[in-house]
Design a binder for this molecule. Structure first.
Ligand SMILES: CC(=O)SCCNC(=O)CCNC(=O)[C@H](O)C(C)(C)COP(=O)(O)OP(=O)(O)OC[C@H]1O[C@@H](n2cnc3c(N)ncnc32)[C@H](O)[C@@H]1OP(=O)(O)O
Ligand SMILES: CC(C)C(=O)C(=O)O
Ligand SMILES: [Mg+2]
Length: 558
């Protein structure tokens, strides 16, 4: 027994419905559903401090900008704030013509009347009402049998229809939720909904929304899909009904349940941005939408500046978005580990504009949601040469040759192990400067004069050695060979590479040299200068000084 008590004495397993000829597993989602944001209702009712009017308005405008065309704006019979907000939306002319507001009410006549009062003058609106239908709610909350609970839905529906008919200037839509649908006997859920259909008499041109909530997520998502498919097969007037999904995330599978529910034939999805909502939250609309996007399907919602949306949501909800939240979290495009960084760097190098996205470990191009590539690779003690190289390339235009990447990554590794912290691109560059670009002792190059004739080079370099300025001369086939011949130690050049950093008048040359002193391990040096010869000379002195230091260290150790 893994825990102290036997859970089978306390908890009951979900009983699956019998639908052996289910078809949803073979379906694919190939278009965006109708979306409804319930941030201002389900999201709002779950906050420690519900939003005030200013926050609600800011959030509403953000939802409109994102492309939401159906927005549940509150529970106007519940609070004056919500009532006044609905009034302000209508009277202030804040609702664009292509946006429909929705409001929620319990199935109680007094609350329904107040709800209609709040909607006076609206061009269009969806009135959404609910009552729980599941056995435990029938028993615990309503103390009613099935007939009694069905009667609540029918009677409230009739009140809503009557009040709507009395206000014909508004284009009304209606939504009914058999709350806790996922725990309700499926045939009873259909029975109640069919009774509601009989009240509203929907048509294909004027559909009734039947919202089937997993108010409390209680089973694996395939069960929810079974329930949706079964419901769709048995509900009356299927062509006059929109089946809407409304999942919560109690078991952490709200997104999966929604996606399988869509495969099972649902038309519409209700949820909140970044998964706010009761308890563990409503399904995250952003995740469902971007999951479609990364399958090549236009979600018809715009998250091209996801961080701006996140800022509004965080400010209004006063709840931070988790750093690992899909698509939007601070860390979700970041690789710290070496093998991931290596693959990502190679992926970026091979990814061609206009081709199918194939960068390993990145399911979405961060640029598509307004993210830059800065956060993609971050370096700590788990990182390898790929990440370090990537950061130097991206931030400083420095392309270390392969063997030098290996050498320098050991320097960085030593530092990250010592510090136990992340190193930023700036800190890595600082380390590169300290290790290579400022390797000026014992020989500091102060200047040089170069003469070239018929392929022969003669060089004279001024070098500070200790406190003395010395002048060294050498000759050879090319400047580097001439410089090497001027040195007081024997140096073998193993590799030389160079490239430009930047362009135009500000372009610089970066030179990389790998050398070996007699009997020593090869080492690299770097030189960066506007003049390419100076850059290569600096690189040689950088390598020379590091090599001399290495040799001295060995001598001392011996
Ligand atoms: C799953 C969901 O998210 S549902 C939405 C939940 N959201 C909210 O509740 C937020 C806003 N709610 C509120 O501010 C209040 O609950 C109000 C104003 C709506 C109602 O407040 P009150 O009148 O004090 O009732 P209260 O909230 O305690 O509700 C309990 C009563 O309503 C009944 N009730 C609960 N839900 C419903 C419903 N959907 N339809 C009809 N009656 C209902 C209960 O049976 C109970 O009746 P009883 O007093 O006869 O036992
Ligand atoms: C009101 C209903 C739709 C609800 O929020 C739920 O059941 O979760
Ligand atoms: Mg809900």
């Amino acid at each position: 027994m893994s825990m102290l008590k036997d859970p089978s004495n306390k908890y009951r397993a979900f009983t699956p419905i019998n639908i052996p000829d289910r078809t949803w597993p073979d379906k694919i989602i190939d278009q965006a559903p109708i979306w409804l944001s319930t941030d201002l209702r389900d999201g709002n009712q779950s906050l420690i401090e519900p939003m005030d009017a200013e926050k609600k308005m800011r959030f509403f405008k953000c939802l409109v900008d994102v492309g939401l065309r159906e927005i549940e704006v509150g529970f106007p019979s519940a609070s004056q704030t919500d009532f006044d907000f609905v009034r302000e939306l209508i009277e202030g002319g804040h609702i664009p013509d292509d946006v429909t507001i929705q409001v929620l009410t319990q199935a109680r006549d007094d609350l329904i009347e107040r709800t209609f009062e709040s909607l006076k003058g609206a061009k269009k609106a969806i009135v959404h009402y609910y009552n729980a239908c599941a056995p435990s709610f029938r028993k615990i909350v309503f103390n009613q049998d099935k007939a009694g609970v069905k009667a609540i839905a029918v009677s409230a529906g009739a009140t809503i229809k009557r009040l709507a008919d009395a206000a014909p200037d508004t284009a009304w839509g209606f939504e009914y939720s058999p709350e806790v649908f996922s725990s309700t006997e499926i045939d009873f859920a259909v029975e109640v909904c069919n009774a509601v259909i009989a009240v509203f008499q929907p048509t294909p041109a004027n559909k009734l929304i039947l919202n089937l909530p997993a108010t409390i997520e209680n089973a694996t998502p395939n069960n929810y899909a079974d329930q949706i498919e079964w419901f769709g097969r048995h509900v009356d007037k299927r062509d006059s009904v929109l089946i809407s999904l409304h999942t919560h995330n109690d078991r952490g599978t709200g997104v999966a349940a929604t996606e399988l529910g869509l495969m099972a034939g649902a038309d519409r999805v209700e949820g909140c941005l970044f998964g706010n909502g009761e308890r563990t939250g409503n399904v995250c609309l952003v995740t469902v939408a971007l999951n479609l996007y990364t399958q090549g399907i236009d979600p018809l919602l715009d998250f091209s500046d996801i961080d701006a949306v996140r800022k509004v949501v965080e400010d209004c909800n006063q709840i931070p978005v988790h750093p690992r939240h899909p698509y939007v979290g601070d860390l979700v495009h970041t690789a710290f580990s070496g093998s991931h960084q290596d693959a990502i760097r190679k992926g970026f190098a091979q990814q061609k504009e206009g081709q199918v996205w194939e960068v390993p470990y990145l399911p979405i191009d961060p640029a598509d949601i307004g993210r830059d590539y800065e956060a993609v690779i971050r370096v700590n003690s788990q990182s390898g040469k790929g990440g370090i190289t990537f950061l130097l390339e991206q931030e400083y235009g420095i392309n270390l040759p392969r063997r030098m990447q290996i050498e320098f990554s050991q320097v960085v590794q030593g530092e990250t192990d010592r510090l136990g912290l992340e190193m930023t691109a700036g800190q890595i560059h600082g380390l590169l400067e300290r290790e290579y670009l400022q390797a000026n002792a014992p020989y500091e190059l102060k200047g040089h004069r170069l003469q070239e004739e018929n392929g022969d080079s003669n060089v004279e370099v001024q070098v500070q050695v200790g406190g003395q300025l010395e002048s060294w001369r050498g000759a050879g086939k090319g400047p580097l060979e001439a410089l090497v011949s001027s040195l007081p130690v024997s140096v073998e050049i193993m590799d030389y590479q160079e490239h430009a950093i930047g362009g135009g008048a500000n372009a610089k040359a970066a030179s990389y040299i790998e050398i070996r002193l007699d009997g020593q391990r090869p080492l690299h040096g770097i030189g960066i200068d506007a003049n390419i010869t100076t850059a290569s000379f600096r690189a040689l002195f950088s390598a020379l000084n590091r090599a001399v230091k290495q040799a001295d260290g060995k001598t001392q150790a011996a």
